[in-house]
Design a binder for this molecule. Structure first.
Ligand code: FAD
Length: 387
């Protein structure tokens, strides 16, 4: 029998097109050479590796699904593979790309005016303009309909007041895509760094996603010109449609983190000799490794089918909820168990599992907590909204 890849037991790779494989290989090479060697240090020192942004942009990973405007125009499966390979490096770097691509470039592309697209998308694709997405507010992210941030008409302009919390990239963003209540419903605004009354603060003391910058946004009578309002959408479906795109990428991404952990522990248990034999020669350890591979395999198949549905225009948010919930839960279980298999060494950032496990604590919470996704699936099954 042909040799199996421990982190791809069902040979998902064989189901990819040649172009998809090329994308995966180019990102994998970048991650192996430039990301993995520095990530432990970035995590330990709470540093976002900004020096990687140019390389990420040159590979076409920012707004990769967008056609035109200097973007790569790749399909959904390729975007998934990009997320998977980046998160094999670190969830923080993948978060940066998810936010820039799915939460910021996507709404400008989908709901922006032609002028807004021309102005923002090419420089965002190059990584010259960094963006953040402000939906969550301090009083509760799971219930975005209860939004307090609001924008009021003032002549042709808008005046924005309120606050957003837990915003990825906020401390370095040149522009924030901000969702606010208006008299006609929720609308999106492009709030530029330097607008009077717009300030940000970095959230410190995070024990998770330490290589990603997270912050708050404050709006104190910020005047936003009409030209900075996204004209193409009104209502919560605006931000929710961005989240569907980003969550889709997360379904793939988390599996990359789990693959990194499994690889680390397979290597480790083969050379760790206890009671006169390698750890990998014990039944208990083999069962644990097999469990990890099972979780990775089921996650990969969910992601691939989800990606094929996406590329056929058939993907539904409930399907994304199943995969986000399943794959994030599977990945955090793999990472935590891998941490344990490493023994004392497992608590050091010298090995990746503790970093991935801690990062995944954010990933299982953001973009809809596990409970929120479970309730979304429950609602689809019963027709009853139990939130
Ligand atoms: P809450 O909504 O207060 O939830 C608390 C708990 O209650 C959770 O366990 C939840 O599952 C549970 N719960 C909620 N509703 C119910 C219910 N009906 N029944 C039972 N249990 C329930 N947001 C952005 O807008 N942009 C970003 O870029 C961004 N980046 C982030 C980066 C990081 C590192 C983190 C940690 C968060 C980020 N978020 C971002 C915010 C994230 O989306 C929210 O944290 C998330 O939606 C949960 O909201 P909350 O923290 O207010 O928790």
């Amino acid at each position: 029998a042909a040799e199996l890849d421990p982190v791809d037991l069902y040979n998902v790779r064989a189901m990819l097109s040649e172009e998809e494989r090329l994308v995966q290989d180019s990102v994998a090479k970048f991650v192996d050479e430039q990301v993995i060697p520095i990530m432990g240090d970035c995590f330990e020192h709470e540093r976002f590796p900004r020096e990687l942004v140019t390389g990420v942009a040159e590979l076409g990973l920012l707004g990769s699904s967008i056609h035109g405007y200097g973007c790569a125009g790749l399909n959904g499966v390729s975007y998934g593979l990009i997320c998977q390979e980046l998160e094999r490096g670190d969830s923080g770097l993948r978060s940066f790309v998810s936010v820039q691509s799915s939460l910021c470039m996507y709404p400008i592309y989908a709901f922006g005016s032609e002028e807004q697209k021309q102005r923002w998308l090419p420089s965002m694709a190059k990584g010259e303009t960094i963006a953040c997405f402000g939906l969550t507010e301090p009083h509760g992210g799971s219930d975005p309909a209860n939004m307090k941030t609001h924008a009021k008409r003032q002549g042709k302009d808008w005046v924005l007041n309120g606050a957003k919390m837990w915003i990825t990239n906020a401390p370095i963003a040149d522009v924030a895509v901000v969702w606010a209540r208006t008299d006609d419903g929720i609308r999106g605004f492009l709030v530029e760094k330097g607008f009077k009354g717009f300030t940000t603060a970095t959230i410190k003391h995070k024990m998770s996603l330490r290589a990603s910058l997270t912050g708050s946004l404050f709006f104190d009578n910020v005047v936003v010109p009409e030209a900075n309002m996204l004209p193409g959408v009104v209502g919560l479906k605006g931000p929710l449609s961005c989240l569907t795109q980003a969550r889709y990428g997360i379904c793939w991404g988390v599996t990359g983190a789990a693959q990194a952990c499994l690889k680390d522990v397979i290597d480790y248990t083969k050379t760790r000799i206890l009671f006169g034999k390698p750890l990998a020669a014990t039944q208990a350890i083999q069962i644990r490794l097999a469990e990890m591979a099972r979780k990775i395999t089921t996650s990969q198949l969910l992601s691939l089918q989800l990606g094929r549905l996406k590329d056929q225009g058939l993907m539904q948010p409930t399907q994304v909820s199943v995969a986000k919930w399943h794959n994030a839960r599977a990945a955090i279980e793999v990472a935590r168990d891998a941490r344990d298999v490493l023994g004392g060494a497992g608590i050091s950032v010298e090995y990746s599992p503790i970093r991935h496990a801690l990062n995944l604590e954010s990933v299982i919470t953001y973009e809809g907590t596990e409970t929120v996704h479970q309730l979304t699936v429950g609602r689809a099954l019963t027709g009853i909204n139990a939130f």
